[in-house]
Design a protein around this ligand. Structure first.
Ligand code: ADP
Length: 463
């Protein structure tokens, strides 16, 4: 390049000096200045500009020393202006480029992965941290489509994400990317939309943080929490064995009794078909009830990792109520359920929420054991609050929560029962919080405790 520029300058000088052309040949020095931009830097380009101007003047001095015609002077002045204007613009451009490069170098210092994509998803900038995380060099990445190169897995369809960015100017979420060696990384991603001076979107700056390890730890923690909840559920079922056996045994006994009655109606001299039919219908109803109890039990003993689906809380309470019916009788307690029709569903895992309700009802029941001066009453109240959540509150007519227990009620291993594990409320809290809700305890003025669980309504049903 420098050689080419020098040769061009010499050629222009010779033509300008040796040939009597009536044309501002020296204007062509502009080409030399432009060539210099590529290799000489800002100072060098300025020096080349001055040199070209000098050559123009020298050539003028040699060829027109005795003839200062206005045409020749005008041509020389035009050439000089062209060269100086080009030189100045070139220097300004080089300074701007240096600033941009300096900014880009700053982006290389950060540990965050940063890259810029145009609206066709083609990468136009790629920082050092991106190379370190993904394994592709800047040269390999620039010009490639980001979603192809990184095989991006989005939490929502790409069009939806792009729609959000264009509307809000930003987007945040978790993405899974594939590195050059095939490794998958989970990143917390933040996108910002760049617009031009006419407010048209032109590019997206994407900043990513590798959270693969954090996600793995969280997943492990969730698994352990799920296993613990499962163990606690099975333990609760162990406690309920007698009750459940009774719950299944009762319809079975009724089936036997009705079966015998049916045989008697049929064995008469004149068989009473009408009564026999009634006995059989009663047998079918009892069989249905026993199988309902078994079905509910099977769900409860399942490992609860069924994801988040719309769940109707009244249905959950009814399911659990069916399982603890006998327990209520043994404890001489009544259960009333108050739930308005048209309650919105919550977003959750049915089995886990059943476990929460089961724990709260069993705690209430056990708390009322020593109560003899008033009815033992359990109440489940479900209603919608004005923040878009559904609140399920279990109240009892027991002694209420002891003052010293208030602070540690939801801590693991806090128990006041001789054979208690102290895991029930702690598991309730982690389940509720994993559902984006919260749980709180208070005492009623009339005596007794009230545990309230608030869960966000299912998004599809938001007002
Ligand atoms: P556990 O039932 O094994 O003790 P929990 O975590 O379910 O474990 O309960 C912890 C403690 O909270 C109980 O031992 C009891 O002292 C208190 N508690 C829970 N529910 C009630 C309630 N409805 N009324 C009074 N105290 C309660």
């Amino acid at each position: 390049m420098p050689l080419l520029a020098a040769l061009l300058a010499i050629a222009i000088f010779i033509v300008d000096t040796a040939t009597p052309l009536e044309f501002a040949v020296a204007v062509l020095y502009v080409g030399v200045v432009l060539l210099a931009m590529d290799f000489a830097g800002r100072r060098g380009t300025l020096i080349v500009t001055v040199a070209c101007a000098g050559l123009t003047l020298l050539s003028f001095a040699i060829t027109h020393s005795g003839d200062l015609s206005s045409g020749a002077i005008l041509r020389m002045l035009i050439s000089l202006s062209a060269i100086t204007i080009t030189g100045t613009l070139a220097a300004r451009h080089l300074r701007a480029m240096a600033t941009v490069r300096e900014h880009a170098r700053l982006l290389d210092l950060t540990h965050d992965t940063i890259f810029v994509r145009n609206l066709d998803d083609v990468i136009v900038f790629w920082n050092r941290a991106a190379t370190e995380l993904y394994g592709w060099s800047r040269e390999q990445a620039i010009g490639r489509k980001a979603s192809d190169l990184l095989q991006t897995q989005f939490p929502a369809p790409f069009e939806t994400v792009m729609g959000d960015v264009k509307r809000e100017g930003r987007w945040e979420g978790e993405l899974v990317h594939t590195c050059s060696d095939g490794r998958k990384v989970t990143v917390a991603s933040r996108w910002s939309l760049r617009r031009d001076e006419r407010d048209r979107p032109i590019a997206i700056l994407e900043t990513n943080n590798d959270i693969t390890e954090r996600r793995q730890v969280e997943d492990g923690l969730n698994r352990t929490r799920g296993e613990l909840a499962h163990v606690a559920r099975v333990a609760t079922m162990g406690e309920l064995t007698a009750s459940i056996a009774h719950e299944v045994n009762q319809p079975l006994a009724a089936i036997v009794t009705n079966g015998e009655a049916c045989l008697r109606w049929l064995g008469r001299a004149v068989p009473d078909i009408g009564q026999a039919r009634k006995s059989v219908e009663s047998m079918i109803r009892s069989g249905q009830r026993a199988s309902d109890v078994v079905a509910r039990l099977r769900t409860l003993s399942r490992r609860g990792d069924a994801g988040h689906t719309p769940v109707a809380l009244p249905e959950i309470v009814n399911d659990v109520a069916l399982l603890i019916r006998h327990e209520l009788r043994v404890h001489h307690a009544t259960l009333s359920i108050q739930a308005p029709a048209n309650l919105p569903a919550v977003r959750g895992d049915k089995v886990q929420l059943q476990q929460v309700v089961m724990n709260l009802l069993m705690n209430g029941l056990q708390a009322m054991d020593g109560i003899t001066d008033r009815p033992r009453r359990l109440t489940v109240e479900i209603k919608e609050d004005d923040t878009g959540s559904v609140v399920l509150a279990v109240s009892d007519s027991g002694p209420g929560i002891a003052p010293e227990a208030q602070r540690v009620l939801f801590d693991a291993f806090f128990t006041t029962k001789p054979d208690g594990m102290g895991m029930g409320l702690s598991i309730c809290r982690s389940i509720v919080e994993a559902h984006g809700g919260h749980i709180s305890a208070s005492n009623l003025d009339s005596g007794g405790a009230r545990i309230a669980v608030s869960l966000p309504r299912h998004a599809d049903q938001a007002a």
